[in-house]
Design a protein around this ligand. Structure first.
Ligand code: AHR
Length: 505
C-alpha cells in the first residue's frame, strides 16, 4: 500500500476561515428559483411560496451566503421589475437564458427567503445594461432605514426593516463577450469605480466585489485584472474569480488534478492584486471572492430548449446529475479554497438548487441531495476556524496536465472554540488505498471523534430521486490518533473527513 505523511502544528497557520467561504449562488436561471426554492403550489410551501423542505436542506448544508440574482441574468435585469405588488410586475424576456422572467420573486422575496434559510445575501448589481443610478438606488432600497424615496418604497412594499446587505458584486463576468453589455477592462473599470463610490456614499458599511476574469483561460486574463484594479483598487474590497471544471476525454486522473490549476489561478490573482498595491503605494490589501465555482459539464448540455423553444418560464436548464468522481473534485476544490483562506474570503458554489446544483427538486414533488452536496456540507460544518499550514509528503502520479500530482491532497482546520481539529483529505489514486500517517504532536491531547468516508466502487455512481441514497458518506473509517501519531486508511478515490477533539481531563 502507498503511504503519505502529513505534519500539522497549530503554531503554523495559513489564516482564519471567513464563514462566507461556504457561500452559494441562486440565479434566475432554469428552475433554480421557480420550481426550486419557490413553488407556491408545493405541499411544504410557506405563506410566501417558499418550499420549507428546501429551506431545511439548505440549512443542513450549512450555506452562509447566497449570491443573487445572477450570473449572466443580472446584466439585463431591472430590479424595479421585481418589487411591489406581484400582479403589477412585468414579464420580461431574459436574454441571457432565452427564458421568460415573471418577476414573481425579486429582491424582497429573495432577502426574505435568505432570512428563513439562515444565510446572508451577496447582491449583484447590473453593470451590463444598467449603471450607477440603478445600483445606488438598490443600495438605498435595501439598506437605508427610511425617509427617502427608495427606502420608503421598501417600507410600502411590506418590509419595514432594512435588508442589511453587506456584500455586493459590481456586475458579473463583464470580460465575457457572451455578457449583455460586455465591456473592455477600461470601460468596466471606470464604471465599476464610479458605481462603487456612489454605492458606498449611500451606505459606507457595504463591501464590494469587482469582476475579475470569467475563468483562467480567458484571453484577457491577467491584463483584465491589472487594468480593472488600476481603476477600482481603492474603492473595492474583493476581486472575483470564476472557474468550472469537467472531465475531458474520459481522463479521470487529469480531472482530479485540475485543482492544481485552481491553486495557480488563485496565486496569480493574488500576485496581480499585490502588484497593483505596490504600484499604488498603499497598505490596503485586496481579498478574493471566488464567487462561482463547481464542476459543470457545460458543453455536454443540450441547448435545444433555448434554441428551439425559447421564452419559457423556468425551463429545465443545466440539470445534469453529479457522480462520485464529481464529488471528489468538489472536495478538492473546497480543500484548495481552504488552503488559500488567507486571501480567499468569499466563495460561492454555483449554484444551489436544480441548475448545476447540489440540491435537486421535482416541481411540486420531492428533492434529493446530489453527490457534491456532501463535501460541501462537511466542510461548512467542520471547517470553521484556523487553517493550519499542513505539510504533505505524498506519492505522485503523472497525467495529461502535470508530470507530478500528489496522490493525497488535504487540509487541516483547527476550531479553537469547539476544541476540534478536522482533516479533509482526498485520495486521488484510482488503483489503491493510501495509508495516511500524521505527525500531530504539536496539537496536544486529541482523540479521533469520527472518520467519515465517501467512496463508491463505481466512480460514475450518482443519486437520483428514486435512488437518493446511492452515494452517501459513512462513518466507518479507521483513523486512530495516539500520542500525536495519526494513522488512517484512505480508500481509493475517496473523500475523507477525520474529526478529532480534545481529550477532556
Ligand atoms: O452559473 C452559470 C453561469 O456561469 C453564470 O450565469 C455566469 O456568470 C457563468 O458564466
Amino acid at each position: 500500500m502507498q503511504k503519505a505523511k502529513i505534519i500539522a502544528d497549530p503554531d503554523f497557520i495559513i489564516g482564519q476561515v471567513d464563514p462566507r467561504l461556504y457561500g452559494s449562488f441562486i440565479e434566475h436561471l432554469g428552475r433554480a428559483v421557480y420550481g426550486g426554492i419557490y413553488d407556491p403550489g408545493h405541499p411544504t410551501a410557506d405563506e410566501k411560496g417558499f418550499r420549507q423542505d428546501i429551506i431545511e436542506v439548505v440549512r443542513e448544508m450549512g450555506v452562509t451566503i447566497v449570491r443573487y440574482p445572477g450570473g449572466n441574468f443580472v446584466s439585463g435585469y431591472n430590479w424595479l421589475d421585481g418589487v411591489g405588488p406581484k400582479e403589477r410586475r412585468p414579464k420580461r424576456l431574459d436574454l441571457a437564458w432565452k427564458s421568460l422572467e415573471t418577476n414573481q420573486v425579486g429582491t424582497d422575496e429573495f432577502c426574505e427567503w435568505s432570512r428563513r434559510a439562515g444565510t446572508e445575501v451577496n447582491m449583484a448589481v447590473n453593470l451590463g445594461t444598467a449603471g450607477i443610478d440603478e445600483a445606488r438606488n438598490l443600495v438605498e432600497y435595501c439598506n437605508h432605514p427610511s425617509g427617502s424615496y427608495y427606502s420608503d418604497m421598501r417600507i410600502a412594499n411590506g418590509y419595514p426593516d432594512t435588508h442589511k446587505i453587506k456584500t455586493w458584486c459590481l456586475g458579473n463576468e463583464m470580460d465575457g463577450p457572451w455578457q449583455l453589455g460586455h465591456k473592455t477592462a477600461d470601460e468596466y473599470g471606470r464604471l465599476a469605480a464610479e458605481t462603487a463610490i456612489a454605492m458606498k456614499w449611500v451606505d459606507p458599511s457595504i463591501e464590494l466585489v469587482a469582476c475579475g476574469s470569467s475563468n483562467a483561460k480567458m484571453p484577457t486574463f491577467g491584463s483584465w485584472e491589472a487594468t480593472v484594479l488600476d481603476h477600482v483598487y481603492q474603492y473595492v474590497d474583493y476581486l472575483s474569480l470564476h472557474q468550472y471544471y469537467n472531465k475531458e476525454a474520459n481522463d479521470l486522473g487529469s480531472f482530479l488534478a485540475q485543482t492544481m490549476l485552481m491553486d495557480n489561478f488563485i496565486q496569480s490573482v493574488v500576485s496581480i492584486c499585490d502588484y497593483v498595491r505596490a504600484k499604488k503605494k498603499v497598505s490596503k490589501k485586496l481579498y478574493l471572492s471566488f464567487d462561482e465555482w463547481n464542476v459543470w459539464y457545460q458543453n455536454d448540455f443540450d441547448k435545444t430548449i433555448m434554441r428551439e423553444t425559447p421564452w419559457q418560464v423556468a425551463p429545465p436548464l443545466y440539470e445534469a446529475p453529479y457522480t462520485m468522481e464529481d464529488a471528489l473534485v468538489v472536495g478538492l476544490m473546497l480543500i484548495t479554497l481552504l488552503r488559500n483562506a488567507d486571501r480567499v474570503k468569499i466563495a460561492c458554489m454555483a449554484q444551489l438548487v436544480n441548475t448545476i446544483a447540489p440540491i435537486s427538486t421535482v416541481t411540486g414533488g420531492g428533492f434529493w441531495r446530489q453527490t457534491i452536496y456532501y463535501p460541501f456540507m462537511h466542510t461548512a460544518r467542520f471547517g470553521q476556524g484556523k487553517v493550519l499550514n499542513l505539510q504533505i509528503h505524498s506519492p505522485m502520479y503523472s497525467n495529461r496536465l502535470f508530470d507530478a500530482v500528489p496522490v493525497l491532497d488535504g487540509v487541516a482546520v483547527l476550531n479553537e472554540d469547539a476544541e476540534e481539529l478536522t482533516i479533509f483529505a482526498v485520495n486521488r489514486s484510482q488503483e489503491e488505498a493510501l495509508l495516511l500517517e500524521g505527525d500531530l504532536r504539536g496539537v496536544g491531547d486529541y482523540r479521533v471523534i469520527e472518520h467519515i468516508i465517501m467512496e463508491n466502487p463505481d466512480p460514475m455512481a450518482r443519486n437520483t430521486m428514486d435512488n437518493s441514497s446511492n452515494v452517501l458518506p459513512h462513518s466507518g473509517g479507521d483513523a486512530e490518533l495516539s500520542n500525536g501519531r495519526l494513522t488512517a486508511n484512505l480508500p481509493l478515490l475517496s473523500w475523507n473527513v477525520i474529526r478529532m477533539g480534545k481529550i477532556a481531563r
